[in-house]
Design a protein around this ligand. Structure first.
Ligand SMILES: [Zn+2]
Length: 141
């Protein structure tokens, strides 16, 4: 199993956290050594910059991880759809599929699906999907 982050992203997170933490400690240390409010504000700005650097590094790291997990999730759903699909028959007649059977919905459900979607296979469905239902995120009809 591989990590959802590349090495460069992890190094960026590490650098942002170390630099941000160093700026935060420097701001605290600089502000603690003086009673001058003007000088303390300068060090406060240094500490705030440290928070921004560390926070940005962490947010970017989380966004990369989120994007990677979503890509894996889509690949997994696509693989599941392949496995759940009925075997293809080379001699299938084109009249066997009617336009109304391309999308189905479960009574009371908010989404419409492909008939082969694992979320509806084996369940009682209707071809009347109406206009208020949204497409399923798993089978993307
Ligand atoms: Zn579906």
């Amino acid at each position: 199993m591989t990590l959802p982050w590349r090495v460069g992203t992890v190094v960026s997170l590490y650098l942002a956290t170390v630099v941000g933490g160093a700026l935060l400690v420097a701001g605290w240390y600089g502000a603690s050594g003086t009673g001058d409010v003007g000088a303390q504000l300068v060090w406060l700005n240094v500490a705030a910059l440290g928070l921004i650097v560390a926070g940005t590094g962490n947010v970017v790291w989380l966004l990369y991880g989120h994007r990677s997990v979503r890509a894996r999730q889509r690949a997994l759903v696509a693989r599941g759809m392949e496995l759940a699909a009925p075997p293809r028959r080379p001699t299938a007649s084109p009249t066997s599929t009617t336009p109304t059977a391309l999308r189905v919905a479960i009574h009371g459900g908010a989404r419409f699906h492909r008939p082969t979607c694992p979320l509806v296979v084996g369940k009682r469905t209707t071809a009347r999907i109406g206009t208020k239902r949204i497409p399923c995120e798993a089978c993307r009809p």
